[in-house]
Design a protein around this ligand. Structure first.
Ligand SMILES: C[C@@](CO)(OP(=O)(O)O)[C@H](O)COP(=O)(O)OP(=O)(O)OC[C@H]1O[C@@H](n2ccc(N)nc2=O)[C@H](O)[C@@H]1O
Ligand SMILES: Nc1ncnc2c1ncn2[C@@H]1O[C@H](COP(=O)(O)OP(=O)(O)O)[C@@H](O)[C@H]1O
Length: 306
């Protein structure tokens, strides 16, 4: 996290979308969350949050395809501001403008990015004196993915996804994102996975050694073989058209197709930008396509940019 800068009572923060390069889903825990073993990776698309001094808490959302994003306390960014203010013992006096670029309900952690950006923007605006551990603790209360949205880069996630350890690797990979026209609810996809597993409680989580080696050695072939997501059968069961999307990208030369989190976005790994253009053209019928890169630098989580 960068040191907070205060500019004319307005703070601008940015936080990235994520991919789960590996998503191992273990058994359902007593707290109704699943035990995970996942490798998170920040993507080069991000949302921005502008926090300005105001009386009371208010929120606006701008960008494409944002009509389904709540503008009230159901919004994770709203919850982030309210929680930080409560923790600091102050009133949540802020107007939040969320500038969305991350597709909504797409498995890319857009809401978590907004919550993370809001935490650091409001912390700077209100000068709460919270340290990084405080913000991480608040992030974990808001959602399982928010801690990664604060952290960025490349991390191994355990617990319900909130316990992170850095993966020491760097490199850039090209992906084409095939974004479906409608979203999938994370809770519904987890429930569908439980239904498919039908009470099987011996699911073992294993560290994805091949994936780690691929990332460290920047080996595209090994990376293509070692991407995996346990949620894929559940997402396809709920949205069977995903099968065609996956086929289309692979037929056009994508090296691998990875379902993003709980879906329904597919991320196609491609060798270079030329292949990205071909794959994007072929899967365009399935929804909007974007070409993005994974950014596996040291810190690309939520940060103040103005
Ligand atoms: C699947 C993943 C993979 O990174 O991402 P998305 O597809 O949502 O982006 C995450 O586990 C989503 O994390 P997040 O979106 O923060 O979910 P939360 O708000 O914490 O939880 C929403 C619901 O998902 C289910 N849930 C979430 C996390 C987890 N480890 N086990 C679960 O079973 C629970 O039903 C929970 O009530
Ligand atoms: N700031 C936000 N941006 C997007 N969606 C939000 C936000 N706050 C709450 N939501 C709700 O969370 C749901 C999941 O959105 P999102 O975080 O984009 O997807 P995912 O959990 O698949 O990564 C949305 O359908 C929306 O109702």
């Amino acid at each position: 996290m960068t040191a907070p800068i205060r500019v004319d009572d307005v703070v601008l923060a940015r936080a990235p979308a994520k991919l789960n390069l590996h998503l191992g889903v273990g058994p359902l825990r007593k707290d109704k969350f699943h035990e995970l073993l996942t490798v998170f990776c920040a993507l080069s698309i991000s949302d921005e949050v502008v926090a300005s001094e105001s009386e009371g808490l208010s929120l606006e959302v701008t960008g494409e395809g944002v009509k389904d994003v709540p503008r009230d306390k159901r919004n994770l960014a709203w919850q982030a501001a309210a929680l930080l203010a409560k923790q600091a013992g102050i009133d949540p006096d802020v107007h939040l403008e969320i500038r969305k670029s991350i597709p909504v309900a797409a498995g890319l952690a857009g809401g978590s990015a907004d919550a993370a950006a809001t935490l650091i923007a409001c912390d700077a605006l209100w000068q709460t004196g919270a340290d990084r551990d405080d913000l991480v603790g608040l992030g974990a209360q808001l959602g399982s993915d928010v801690v990664f949205s604060l952290t960025g880069g490349l991390s191994l996630g355990t617990g319900r996804g909130e316990r992170l350890s850095p993966v020491l690797a760097s490199g850039k990979w090209n992906w084409v994102l095939a974004i479906a026209k409608s979203g999938l609810s994370t809770a519904t996809v987890y429930a569908e996975l439980d239904r498919i597993r039908d009470g099987q409680d011996d699911v073992e989580l294993q560290t994805p050694t091949d994936l780690m080696n691929a990332l460290r050695s920047r080996d595209l072939d090994l990376l293509a073989e070692s991407l995996s997501n346990d949620m894929e059968p559940a997402a396809i069961s709920l949205m069977p058209s995903l099968r065609q999307t996956k086929r289309a990208g692979l037929d056009e030369g994508a090296r691998a197709a990875l379902l993003c989190g709980s879906g329904p976005t597919y991320a196609f790994l491609v060798q270079n930008e030329e292949d990205a253009v071909d794959v994007a053209a072929r899967v365009a019928g399935a929804g909007v396509c974007r070409t993005v890169r994974t950014a596996t630098g040291p810190v690309t989580g939520a940060r103040i940019i103005g």
